[in-house]
Design a protein around this ligand. Structure first.
Ligand SMILES: CC(C)(COP(=O)(O)OP(=O)(O)OC[C@H]1O[C@@H](n2cnc3c(N)ncnc32)[C@H](O)[C@@H]1OP(=O)(O)O)[C@@H](O)C(=O)NCCC(=O)NCCS
Length: 376
């Protein structure tokens, strides 16, 4: 009899963790005991990063020290030779390919590359979290033929990223929306990319290798790549008046509907409501509400007809688009936030490690006779 569980490791619990809890029936998401609804309402991305790595909310003094380190130009800036590498890449290289390549390359300049102690791994996580926005923004500018902008240590991670992308001071609403989006994406238990990070870390490999593995896993359209696919769908629909007919046909054609469904949630993803609200407010501010209107219609019809619910990827992109961000940058932005969670999981894995090495149930032949190539 087969000992294989449900495909895709569904419902398999691979480890205990103190970092993140998902209640898929109630639609709750908890980081280190705190509901993301509260964190989205009251916290900042920097504070959430601290919470994920250190397990508790920081005191005022701890927060200030941590915030300063995460914002420091020494941590945010990229090695000049990495910028040279970026210039050498074909302009058509996708932002996720650039991020995966850039993060991997950053270890070559990292002073702690060979040190896997907790202290060194936290320093590496700090640098990666600070550098990834610079890397994403640098590529956006290079591929448009512009020079990358130096990070501004006076700005928060969110404000600085939006500034480095466009060269303009972002609005307060854009910064707030972006920061809440980062808070909501920061961790999600044993999702595919986090699991990839933990598998890599469990071989006692290093932080950069684990984060590079995670970025590769996030890239796929069934995971982080879904937010980009949602916006491509919105662009195809174009007109809110056509959304209902379009989505009904997509359902009839049995299309996979991006931004819907989840392995764990049986109700609406708790992150979706915040992103819907923020995308609505931003759309109003920039005078384009059509994207959210399309998504609202799509969400209503899919929920009624298929009983599958919006996930985190349905509304995030509409907010980013209202900030003028290119669609293929949505998944790198997801990574810029999730690096906080990936790093927390790498630290936890290294803190109590055992190699992750499952089995496969072999279903092929076992007694094939080797025939020399000349006789085949
Ligand atoms: C997230 C996702 C990969 C989870 O997949 P999963 O747990 O493996 O679930 P399955 O793909 O086995 O789907 C279970 C059933 O629901 C249906 N379903 C789930 N999500 C669906 C979707 N987005 N569109 C259409 N049908 C979907 C499947 O067709 C399947 O139906 P069946 O049992 O009649 O064959 C899946 O919901 C999906 O592909 N969503 C779209 C991509 C996306 O938004 N990803 C981001 C996740 S945060």
């Amino acid at each position: 009899m087969s000992t294989v569980g449900k495909a895709g490791l569904e419902d398999v619990v691979v480890s205990t963790t103190d970092i993140c809890y998902i209640d898929g029936r109630e639609g709750r998401l908890i980081y280190r005991g705190y509901d993301v609804d509260d964190l989205a309402a009251h916290s900042t991305f920097e504070e959430v990063v601290y919470l994920l790595w250190h397990g508790v909310l920081p005191s005022k003094k701890e927060y200030e020290t941590f915030y300063k380190a995460l914002s420091a130009s020494t941590n945010r800036k990229l090695p000049p030779k990495l910028i040279t590498i970026l210039h050498a890449l074909p302009k058509k290289t996708t932002p996720m390919e650039v991020l995966r390549t850039g993060v991997s390359a950053l270890s070559a300049w990292d002073p702690d590359a060979a040190d896997n102690s907790r202290e060194a791994s936290v320093r590496k996580a700090m640098r990666l979290t600070a550098q990834m926005p610079t890397l994403v923004a640098a590529w956006e500018r290079i591929r448009r033929g512009k020079a990358p902008l130096a990070p501004n240590p006076k700005l928060s991670l969110s404000a600085n990223f939006l500034y480095m992308m466009s060269g303009k001071k972002p609005t307060d609403l854009a910064v707030k929306t972006f920061d809440v989006a980062l808070i909501l994406h920061a961790d999600h238990e044993f999702n595919a990319s986090t699991f990839a990070a933990r598998v890599t870390a469990a071989t006692l490999s290093d932080m950069h290798s684990a984060i590079t593995s995670a970025i590769g896993a996030l890239k796929g359209p069934l995971h982080g790549g879904a937010n980009e696919q949602v916006m491509l769908m919105v662009d195809k629909i174009k007109d809110p008046a056509k959304a209902e007919a379009w989505i009904r046909k997509a359902i009839a054609d049995k299309m996979r509907l991006m931004g819907f469904g989840h392995r764990v949630y049986r109700v609406e993803d708790p992150r979706a409501k915040h992103l819907r609200r923020l995308a609505t407010e931003l759309g109003r501010q920039v005078g384009d509400e059509s994207k959210v209107q399309i998504l609202n219609t799509v969400a209503r019809v899919v929920t009624e007809e298929k009983h599958i619910y919006p996930n985190v990827d349905l509304f995030s992109g509409a907010g980013y688009a209202a900030m003028g961000i290119a669609t293929d940058q949505f998944t790198p932005i997801f990574a810029m936030s999730r690096v906080a969670g990936w790093a927390a999981h790498v630290l936890e894995q290294h803190g109590n490690n055992r190699l992750i090495r499952p089995r496969g149930e072999y279903t092929g032949p076992t007694r094939a006779t080797y025939v020399p190539i000349s006789q085949r």
